[in-house]
Design a protein around this ligand. Structure first.
Ligand code: FAD
Ligand code: EPU
Length: 336
């Protein structure tokens, strides 16, 4: 355990706050000891810090998930089930799967973060979500130390949602491992996302492999999203709002060029478009700004504080609500 540590290297926004204590958790035994020894201390589980915004110094203990390792549970000629510990890096897992020709997560290449965090908001990109391949989430109760396994159904996954995001479950479970089921042949490739198809066509790839898809996704992502190593950010700051037909009809009649995706009887509107229309794209206010290529990404140009970023997020929410009558919801987790 280290005392009075800067969290700047541990969050992709690069916010320079301190934590009273920091511990690297390399095994579940180590976690159980900390829970036993420090029952009253405030605790924060942290993966790679790529979806958090620290508003203040943290008075408690930050637990960095470093529980590594993966094992094959079983396999047949078509499928393989793998248990992966939560401290593994998500993108490295995707690259490993692609090399082994295990299909199912290739569209989720280059998403920052740890494997243990992936079920939290049901990470998703380019037509795939982790729920599509997830069988189990293994957890440890942060108060009672009891282990509990959640099935895919138990997790109640939705767009950027799982039961682990509910207020009553905040900080309750430490996700120690996940079990994924991946394909070994006849991969169900997801190339519907317009941009993927375009990249494959440009490269004249007619029968793509999972590796081709992972590479196309990486190319698209690199062209749009800022690299947190170069400029602080946490990916999409807000979720894309989902509206009903009445609201949608009103908006589309006023803004016929508005992009949207229909999901059953609802409509998902890209928050990036709403924010761009509200005039924020590429704008900079001191060390805080809205990315020039993707209006959904708020960036830290250097020494921004968490409060400054939150203030810009609030301003964006107000302006979007005034213009479109839509209340954006942050995707990023605020840490008090
Ligand atoms: P952290 O930021 O460390 O934690 C996030 C939250 O989960 C916190 O509340 C934390 O307390 C909690 N938590 C962390 N680990 C555990 C655990 N083991 N058990 C219980 N609770 C835990 N997301 C997408 O879905 N799709 C994208 O395409 C995408 N693109 C991104 C691009 C960039 C450039 C960036 C910076 C982020 C992007 N994100 C995306 C968001 C982010 O990558 C994901 O949310 C990722 O899963 C966060 O992982 P992490 O380990 O960094 O989580
Ligand atoms: N758009 C604009 N202006 C912008 C940005 C976007 O008009 O500045 C419009 C464009 O019409 C574009 C559409 O919005 O076609 C969608 O943009 P994009 O394809 O970049 O995707 P997104 O909806 O902004 C979502 C996820 C990303 C994920 C991508 C790809 C959310 C909140 N974000 O972004 O996830 O990588 O789709 O699937 O759902 C994240 O969660 O951190 C994240 C990066």
């Amino acid at each position: 355990m280290q005392k009075d540590v800067s969290l700047k290297p541990f969050n992709t926004f690069g916010i320079d706050v301190k934590t009273d204590w920091l511990a690297k958790i390399e095994s579940t035994e180590q976690l159980l000891t900390i829970i036993d020894d420090l029952p009253e201390m405030k605790k924060l589980i942290l993966g790679q810090g790529s979806n958090v915004l620290f508003l203040n110094d943290f008075h408690g203990i930050v637990l960095l998930n470093e529980i590594k390792g993966k094992e094959i549970i079983d396999e047949n000629e078509n499928e393989i089930r793998i248990k992966i510990n939560g401290g593994e890096n998500w993108h490295e897992l995707v690259m490993w799967s692609v090399e082994k020709n295990y299909g199912g997560i290739e569209n989720l290449a280059l998403i920052p973060g740890k494997v243990g965090t992936a079920p939290m908001q049901n990470i998703g990109a380019y037509g795939v979500e982790i729920k599509d391949v997830l069988e189990e989430v293994h957890t440890i109760n942060m108060k009672t130390c009891e282990p509990k396994i959640f099935t895919n159904k138990d997790c109640n996954f939705g767009y950027r949602h799982s039961i682990f995001k509910l207020p009553e479950n905040k900080g309750k479970y430490f996700i120690s491992a996940v079990v994924l089921k991946l394909s070994k042949k006849n991969h169900q490739l997801k190339t519907d996302y317009g941009a993927i198809r375009k990249v494959l066509e440009e490269k004249k790839i007619q029968s793509p492999t999972i590796k081709n898809i992972a590479e196309a996704v990486m190319e698209i992502r690199r062209s749009k999203l800022p690299d947190p190593k170069l400029i602080g950010n946490a990916g999409s700051f807000f979720k894309n709002p989902i509206v009903d037909k009445i609201v949608f009809n009103k908006l589309i009649s006023e803004y016929p060029k508005m992009p949207y995706y229909q999901i059953d009887d609802k409509y998902k509107i890209p928050a990036g478009w709403l924010i761009e229309q509200a005039g924020f794209k590429g704008k900079r206010f001191g060390d805080v700004g809205v990315h020039k290529n993707q209006a959904l990404v708020i960036v830290n140009y250097g020494k921004a504080t968490g409060m400054e970023i939150k203030n810009l997020a609030d301003k964006i929410m107000n302006e979007v609500e005034k213009k479109f009558y839509i209340k954006l919801q942050p995707e990023v987790n605020y840490i008090e």
